[in-house]
Design a binder for this molecule. Structure first.
Ligand code: PEP
Ligand code: CO
Length: 499
């Protein structure tokens, strides 16, 4: 059970808003709403924000209009107040259940499959896309469960994965430079100055989209759609004509036979186990105004929970110990994650883990490693060793996407082989270190997109422009993701043999 750090007085997360005074009030007011609550928490973050704003002035000065400033601040306050008055999206008890599952994954008694869009979007929002991602995660889980012999913890990057951190504050096309797209919850992806202006009403829209996404997902999970024998019956369009498709159909047949067997043994009493599933949602904890508005006190424990999603993670760009995002995550009871690249050094990681999980509670903290295969082989053992020596319990998760982004024919892409190589390295290093691979974290979609190159689906470099739909990073398509699940299952099976 997480212990609320005593440094946070009651109500601090929700009512702790302070105004920012700065000589360049116009510019700041225009942008500061992205992180308004937190500038007082972290001077380092404030300095970074100021650098960002100064960087924006050139491209934006002619659209900054002082008569507008009060309207924008007003609109932000109204948007936040509206969300703060809405029901929470998730309940603390669900978050605690997830924490138990993540603790099992840390012990090697479960495996996490976490996946979804890099960035959810407003204009691609519809029931079919949610269903297809949900279905794919369940199919991958079936493969991992059957092949790997462990329960799978299913987590969508879904129902809140809207805000994007960006390495570059500005985007340049030809001679035109505009502020970067920061996710549909902040501004629009179109390359126009209008679209790139932050609009507080987007926060409210993101909340409502998340609520209806979750509603459908909960319906799928308990309403019969996720029943095991149905999952085994599901077909994806590509299945009849690909190796992965055939392998899946073959595995599904064996699962169905096993189900007939256990039911014949009298397992009907366990019908909830066969007819329902647990499914959790997660997103990067980036937009602290949004997170603050959905931070609520759990009446059972008296602890604060981030009620925007079951699992929130801190990104690679915001995970500094003195950063506002880390401060926020310290104070909520949810299971949380932190992304770690090769830039992390062992002592920094140990200090960060101690700050985020001072009670060393199993399942509270997942460390999501994203380095690329070669750097992972070089750096990951040192990190594991330091954590082992410190006696810290974490759930190790592999994100093989964010260390493998490259550009090809003008598209941001990833090569399936590189993605797989990182998963392979992740399992190899754990095997060498005697530590536990707890899960994978993938950017993927149930749609038949052509955003990542290779894999059985054989998307080539020249195919990229045929169905490239992502608003941010390239995702594995359904076939590539399923292929990955077979590889993961094979590694878990191998691990089981060693035990
Ligand atoms: C992401 O998960 O989309 C992301 C931006 O990851 P990272 O913080 O690891 O770069
Ligand atoms: Co991404």
């Amino acid at each position: 059970m997480p212990v609320q750090p005593s440094i946070y007085p009651s109500g601090a997360w929700i009512h702790g808003k302070t105004s920012l005074h700065c000589s360049n009030q116009i510019i700041l007011t225009r942008y500061v709403w992205i992180i308004a609550d937190w500038v007082d928490v972290s001077m380092v973050y404030l300095q970074r924000l100021l650098a960002l704003l100064v960087g924006c002035v050139g491209g934006f000065s002619n659209t900054v209009d002082s008569s507008n400033v009060c309207d924008v601040q007003d609109a932000l306050d109204k948007g936040i107040a509206e969300i703060a008055s809405m029901p929470p999206l998730v309940f603390a008890g669900e978050c605690r259940t997830l924490q138990d599952r993540l603790a099992a994954a840390a012990r090697g008694e479960a495996f996490i499959v976490q996946g979804g869009d890099c960035a959810e979007s407003f204009d691609q929002f519809n029931a079919n896309r949610i269903r297809d991602l949900y279905r794919l995660i369940l199919q991958m889980s079936l493969v991992v469960m059957y092949g790997g012999g462990v329960p799978v913890v299913k987590i969508g990057r879904l129902a809140g994965q809207f805000a994007k951190p960006r390495s570059a504050d500005l985007e340049k096309k030809g001679d035109v430079e505009l502020p970067s797209y920061r996710g549909d919850i902040i501004n629009g992806p179109e390359f126009t100055s209008d679209a790139r202006v932050p609009d507080p009403q987007r926060l409210v829209k993101a909340y409502h989209q998340s609520a209806s996404t979750l509603n459908l997902v909960r319906g799928f999970s308990t309403g019969g759609y996720a029943a095991l024998d149905r999952v085994a019956d599901w077909n994806l369009d590509f299945m009849s004509n690909s190796d992965e498709g055939e392998a899946y159909l073959d595995l599904a047949k064996r699962v169905k036979e096993a189900l007939v067997f256990v039911k014949a043994c009298g397992a009907q009493e366990l019908s909830a186990l066969f007819n329902e599933t647990e499914f959790f949602v997660s997103h990067e904890c980036l937009l602290l105004d949004y997170e603050s508005a959905l931070t609520r006190v759990d009446s059972t424990t008296g602890l604060y929970y981030g009620c925007s999603g079951h699992f929130l993670w801190c990104g690679e760009r915001t995970r500094q110990l003195d950063n506002a995002h880390v401060e926020y995550l310290k104070g909520i009871g949810n299971p949380i994650g932190v992304k770690v690249s090769d830039k992390m050094d062992p002592s920094e990681l140990v200090a960060l883990i101690a700050a985020l999980n001072p009670e060393n509670t199993p399942g509270r903290l997942a460390v999501i490693v994203r380095m690329g295969a070669a750097k992972l082989r070089e750096n990951f053992p040192r990190l594991i060793q330091a954590v082992q020596e410190a006696g810290q319990v974490v759930t190790w998760v592999c994100d093989p996407m964010h260390g493998n982004t490259e550009s090809c024919n003008g598209y941001k892409t990833r090569r399936y082989d590189n993605v797989k190589a990182e998963v392979e390295a992740f399992f190899d290093v754990h095997q060498e270190m005697g530590s536990i691979p707890g899960g994978v974290h993938l950017e993927m979609t149930g749609d038949d997109v052509t955003e990542c190159i290779g894999g059985g689906s054989s998307v080539s470099e020249t195919d990229l422009d045929s169905r490239y739909h992502t608003h941010c990073d390239p995702r594995l398509n359904a076939e590539q993701a399923l292929e990955m699940s077979f590889y993961v299952a094979s590694r878990l099976r191998e691990r089981r043999k060693h035990d």
